[in-house]
Design a protein around this ligand. Sequence first.
Ligand code: BG6
Length: 484
Amino acid sequence: IPVAPFDYVVFGGTGDLALRKLLPALYHRHQDQQITGPSRIIAVARSALSRDAYIAKVLEWLKGQVGSDFDEATWAAFADRIHYVAVDATGDAGWPDLAAALADGGSKVRVFYLATAPDLFGPICRSLKAAGLATPDSRVVLEKPIGTDLASARKINDEVGAVFAEQQIYRIDHYLGKETVQNLLALRFANSLFEPLWSSAWIDHVQITVAETVGVESRAGYYDKSGALRDMVQNHLLQLLCLVAMEPPRQMDKDAVRDEKLKVLRALKPMKAPDVLSSIVRGQYKAGASRGEGVPGYLDELGHESHTETFVALKVEIQNWRWAGVPFYLRTGKRMSEKVSEIAIQFRPVPHSIFPADAGVIDPNRLIVRLQPNEGIRLHMMTKEPGPGGLRLRPASLNLSFAETFKIRNPDAYERLLMDVVRGNPTLFMRRDEVEAAWTWVEPILETWERRAEPPKPYVAGTTGPAAAIALIERDGRTWNEEA
Ligand code: BG6
């Protein structure tokens, strides 16, 4: 369904995110004819580039990103939509040029996408206001991270909030735009099968894994000030946890969904210093191998000593009736053995076995939601081993592969989210109170780490993380799901 004509103003237009994600996402939306009429993409950055030079840069990246979906005719029409304006985000230069570029915008939807460092969000919004560009209908999109702690998140939210009303602000967590993450909502709320089992009565524990094979490479500068807890857990992993744990919202509506997620964030058991020591493992990768090739360690890439974690595993509890006593084990890391994001729901064992001991072990049911790659849902269950012999039990699985079932291209998360902004639908974006509730929970962990100043546990690149992370779950008589 086509969206209304728009002007997408992308600050940080020459940056990695814009070139790698935003422009390719808009290209795909254009290719699918969702972008209509006189819609424009106005890239903004500090460099004094000509429009042609910018378009050439986009083309170079786009070909690599969209692969076989690239075609010259689509590109030519898409390139016509692209403009470039050089603006100094923290100074005065360029703002009149941006105003002039937007002057003929007419009644189009106006979106400012801030794909910049978060300390520029406030200054850019102030300048937009001073230049008279922030109209009551325009929207602003903020990329994560929103700050580095609660105070800085509040400051950013205040600064942006002084220019834009909350309903104009779209805080992106791109995980919420992933097809498989939205599918969690369908799994839970468009099927009646799971909901009666979705509580401590039937669920033993939940695991959320977001493992990457990449290292920090050129992002070491940013990453070293962040670390895995701020970069991944505060946002992506907690959002996933919310979608798994929240109560059914009244309807698929921006406030109903976000109210329920907020309740989960507020019910997270606070991590006091002893909990931080017993329930969290931090790791940092050393040199090793990734897919058969030698790769340097984090400190080699960074070039100096650092205690920043590139891996974290946590045991988290939700203090409410539904989840009391059900641990949520979360883990995420760079330079792991596999790229895999998945949620594993482990059900309780059968209360009593009717089978003789030699029938074999009865594994508890496990529901795996594969977020990426090989997107799908798998239910592990016990079956009878085929054959005329005695009754022996064997695990098997029901397997739903999205690629095989639907046979369509899996759109990138940004494609959905960028169009949701134009449609004025913030359901899959984070509200201010959610971001701040997540920081409120994360902050004591950061403070304890800082106070103790202990180095993270080393792990060899290309492995599943430090041994202590395995011990974290095995201590409870459980194991990480390693079927990937
Ligand atoms: C980003 C993090 O938000 O998410 C990156 O800053 C991380 O460090 C990325 O690599 C992972 O996203 P995806 O979509 O590749 O799983």
